[in-house]
Design a binder for this molecule. Sequence first.
Ligand code: KG4
Ligand code: ZN
Length: 334
Amino acid sequence: EKDLYVLGIESSCDETAAAIIKNGTEIVSNVVASQIESHKRFGGVVPEIASRHHVENVTLVIEEALTKAGVQPSDLDAVCVTEGPGLVGALLIGINAAKAFAFAHQLPLIGTHHIAGHIYANHLVQPMEFPLLALVVSGGHTELVLMKEHGSFELIGETRDDAAGEAYDKVARVLNISYPGGPKIDQMAHESDGAVNFPRVWLEADSYDFSFSGLKSAVINYQHNAIQRGEEVNPHHVAKGFQDSVVEVLTAKTLRAAKEYQVKQVIAAGGVAANKGLRASLEKVFKEEGIPFYVPPLPLCTDNAAMIAAAGTEMFKSGVRSDWSLNGRPGMEL
Ligand code: KG4
Ligand code: ZN
């Protein structure tokens, strides 16, 4: 059978990315232009700045992905692009670049869901086995997704307020740590010799939903009260206490869902899946439980286009096609 080459394009937030995937699982090239430096001084992603950077970079990253892969447009079988969710102005840059490329080279176009991409990142290193449970934790998402087959996604739990990564970034700001705060808090927690005891938010006993805004407020109040009393705050202890709370709740709910749905595989995905504390905790409980657990390597956890091409290849194989009216969908559901 002929090899399948797919170009993926991702621009939903603050990375402009393009990648070429062979046969759905083999990364031929994977190019990411990060904008983190431009957003740092604002403490978070500024949508208008993100869009401008995407405009400057999108053609360059596509060209680089082709050059690095040694692939001609005529070798390609499809173009996949993130359709949503994400920042609408940012999404539109990738989508229009994908449309222009697909139209010029007479290729099928496939709009792909960003979270499906995060989940399929793992498919690039470890074939999926169903039923599968995915914990998707990123700056914009905290979701438990059950997959019974390729392309089928059942949302069994999600955050009711802040995403896990968002909570990390907000707590980091309270501790005067620059954006993105997640990796730094993770490091501080790792080095800490103590922990502040913050609450765990479980919600209803049978719920797989999450809530992190109360925890974020608890950290802010702790800091505030200490300052009012003229006490020193140990930022390492705050970081560790915060991380312990997040990790304990994420781990317990993922474990309970994995058992209830008797899944064959558990994967963690998204930027926060890079968290050392979370990885260690999930690895430990699933080893004890005897359920295979996987996390993609770090560069595939954060936003990239290889994951979009991987998810898109499965859609392509099952006959999904988008037309030229493809539009950005900021609140797109799985
Ligand atoms: O998946 P991603 O690159 O972008 C979104 O789709 O949101 O995730 C970015 C998020 C940021 O909130 C960042 O602080 C967080 O992932 N993050 C981490 C770690 N590395 C990145 N959070 C906790 N621990 C980490 N090691
Ligand atoms: Zn993402």
